[in-house]
Design a protein around this ligand. Structure first.
Ligand code: CP
Ligand code: NVA
Length: 314
């Protein structure tokens, strides 16, 4: 089987996503029922973190053990990666010893260079440009809540014609939502402060057909099926913190914005969150918020992804 990497959301097709959502649903059921499932016995995942993480670390590590495999955890500080060993050399060495690599780093070019020299599949665990594993889990979560069909399966057909309102930074999450909208056929209503817009060429999407830009975040939320946001300052941009706090002051998801959305709209946030900045406490801790399911689903969705990248359609 040719090596399949997961470096951005557009690396997989709509049909492959349908498969992954179904597998994530089945794998989650097994987990909830304490059913042993070890398809990745004797396989090893290397996790390379150049930025901090809670969810990505725990979900990949616990997920890999639950599938019968094991993990190696590397950071810039405790490996030669922090001492300027070329990324190409690191990729050649690490990929001779493990079956799968997950990387969280800065520029997307770095993970692409790693993948080019890797003998095994590489997964993007977040870059400055993209966070595909998060959107995989987010869409799975949306389907779990709103898109289970008569056969009891998460059905991506439910995404057609739906609207996701993005309120905040034109960052890695926003870019990835845009890629997902092109592939899965929903619309994104984007509202970002001036100077923090999404750049279509960085987002890597073919056209502007699947999204619409709004100056006013209230308008972006009007009639939305899902309202979502993220931190004002992503990792790696800390020097801009003060300027961003000023620029983003009106981009806080509050109950008024949730009222403008559909009555059954869900709220999501990839976490970690800053209550009182990008979201009001009463929204993230309120009845429309599914952020804890969303976080848990990182693990189930990524187990399906690891199974698929290593074993194909089992
Ligand atoms: N959402 C997310 O990726 O969280 P971590 O930064 O904790 O991994
Ligand atoms: N956009 C955020 C997501 C954190 C999970 C960041 O890149 O820091």
């Amino acid at each position: 089987m040719a090596i399949k990497h997961y470096l951005q959301f557009s690396d997989l097709t709509a049909a492959e996503y349908a498969w992954l959502f179904e597998r994530a649903y089945i794998i989650k059921k097994k987990f909830k029922g304490y059913e042993k499932y070890h398809p990745l016995a004797d396989r090893t995942l290397a996790m390379i973190f150049e930025k901090a993480s809670t969810r990505t670390r725990v979900s990949f590590e616990a997920g890999m053990y639950q599938l019968g495999g094991s993990v190696v955890h590397l950071t810039t500080g405790d490996s030669q990666l922090g001492r300027a060993e070329p990324i190409e050399d690191s990729a050649k060495v690490i990929s001779r010893m493990v079956d799968l690599v997950m990387i969280r780093t800065y520029g997307q070019d770095k993970i692409e260079r790693f993948a080019e020299h890797s003998r095994v599949p590489v997964i993007n665990g977040l870059t400055n440009e993209f966070h595909p594993c998060q959107i995989l889990a987010d869409i799975f979560t949306f389907l779990e809540h709103r898109g289970i069909n008569a056969q009891g399966k998460p059905d991506p057909a439910y995404l057609k014609g739906k609207t996701v309102a993005w309120v905040g930074d034109g960052n890695n999450m926003a870019n990835t939502w845009l890629q997902a909208s092109e592939i899965l056929g929903f619309k994104v209503h984007l509202s970002t402060p001036g100077g923090y817009e999404v750049d279509q060429s960085i987002a890597g999407i073919r056209s502007a057909d699947s999204y619409k830009v709004f100056k006013d975040p209230m308008e972006a939320c009007a009639g939305a099926d899902l309202v979502t946001t993220d931190v004002w300052t992503s990792m790696g941009y800390e020097a801009e913190n003060e300027a961003r706090k000023k620029a983003f002051a009106d981009w806080c998801v509050d109950s008024e914005m949730m009222r403008a959305a559909k009555p059954d709209a869900l709220f999501m946030h990839c976490l970690p969150a800053h209550r009182g900045e990008e979201v009001q406490a009463e929204v993230i801790d309120g009845p429309q918020s599914v952020v804890w399911d969303e976080a848990e689903n990182r693990m189930h969705a990524q187990k399906a992804l690891m199974e698929y990248l290593l074993l194909g359609k089992v």
